[in-house]
Structures are given as C-alpha cells and as structure tokens.
Write a protein that binds this ligand. Structure first.
Ligand code: PRP
Length: 181
C-alpha cells in the first residue's frame, strides 16, 4: 500500500546491498584496529545502520543520539535539536556517525562539532544518501553510499511526517502526497 505513493525508486534494495558491501569493506580497512564507536543518528539511521553493522567483521561499539532538524514537512528548519544525547563518552574515541542522508549539512555539522568539542579523537561520517546540491553548510562525508539530485526522498529510514521509513528502498514521493496536506 505504500508503493502507490512512490513516483520512482531511486535506490533499489539490490543497490543498497551493493552499497553496504562496498562501504563495509572500506570501513573495515580503515577502522579494524581502532575499536570505533558507531553513533547512529535516530531515527533515520535505523535500517541502514542495522544492515551495515552486520557486514562489519571487527570490534566496534554502538551508541545513539536523537537529533532532529525537520520537525515535519519537507524542508530542514535549520534548528538542530538534541532530543536524546549519547550515553557513551566519546573522549579519546574514533567516532563514525551513521546517517541516512546528508542534505543541508546542518545536522551533521552540528553533531561533528559537538563530538569534537567533547574530545573525540576523530569524527567521520558514513551516510547512505548524499544530496550535495542541498548543502547550506560546506560538509563532505567521508563515506557516501550514493549521491542523489535535489529531490525529496523517503524509505529505508527516510520519512515524510514519520511515515515511509519502513520501505525497503529509497524512492521519490509523489508530490501530491505532500501538496494535498
Ligand atoms: C534527517 C536525516 C538527517 C538530517 C539531514 O533527520 O536523518 O539527520 O535530517 O538533513 P540536513 O543535512 O539538512 O540537516 P530528521 O531531523 O528528519 O530526523 P529523523 O532522523 O528522525 O528523520
């Protein structure tokens, strides 16, 4: 029933599998001896992080933060709010922030700055989707699954008004879904 609201599939389930295989190989090469702390930014990170972690054959630790910037709608508000902070200290740790999407760059930039301020040894970002044309703050994620154009996407963690996160792929939402509300 969700599929009828999708204009087109942008990143298919198979493409996501290939992306995760590639990213996990790169991350293992770079982090196998660093006992990294994977910090997932809730809620969008959940499907991607879950699938990525299962491909990583190395010691790592997992933690979560809940940071929001959209507060509903299809435009980021720029007001980055920490709804739930980390329960794990980052001082002296190699942190890998795990995101579903980097768009304006505001969310990730604010979190990277915060974790560096708290004493993380390094902070890098792995994102499934990168939307470079959306940037307001100059930010280049270290690991990018796929670059997409400036379209509003949902699925595989990405939501519109908290819905569609459970789609197994990333797709473009039909404009009539958000214009009729
Ligand atoms: C989304 C997404 C990123 C952020 C990207 O989170 O998960 O964290 O927006 O946008 P930006 O680069 O323009 O800051 P959202 O605030 O919608 O919360 P969610 O993860 O719970 O969906």
């Amino acid at each position: 029933m969700l599929e009828k609201d999708i204009e087109k599939v942008l990143v298919s389930e198979n493409e996501i599998k290939e992306i995760i295989h590639r990213l996990s190989t790169e991350i293992m090469q770079d982090y196998h001896d660093k006992f990294p702390l994977f910090v997932g930014l809730l809620k969008g990170c959940v499907p991607f992080m879950s699938d990525l972690l299962k491909e990583l054959d190395m010691h790592l630790e997992v933690a979560f933060m809940n940071v929001s910037s959209y507060h509903g709608g299809i435009e980021s508000t720029g007001d980055v709010k920490i709804d739930m902070d980390l329960g794990t200290p980052v001082k002296g740790r190699h942190v890998l922030l795990t995101e579903d999407i980097v768009d304006t760059g505001r969310t990730i930039n604010a979190v990277v700055d915060l974790l560096k301020y708290r004493g993380a040894l390094s902070v890098n970002v792995v994102t499934l989707v990168d939307k470079p044309e959306g940037r307001i703050i100059d930010f280049v994620p270290r690991y990018v699954g796929i670059e997409i154009p400036k379209v509003f996407v949902v699925g595989y963690g990405l939501d519109y008004e908290e819905r569609y996160r459970n789609l197994p792929y990333v797709g473009v939402l039909k404009p009539e879904v958000y214009s009729k509300e």
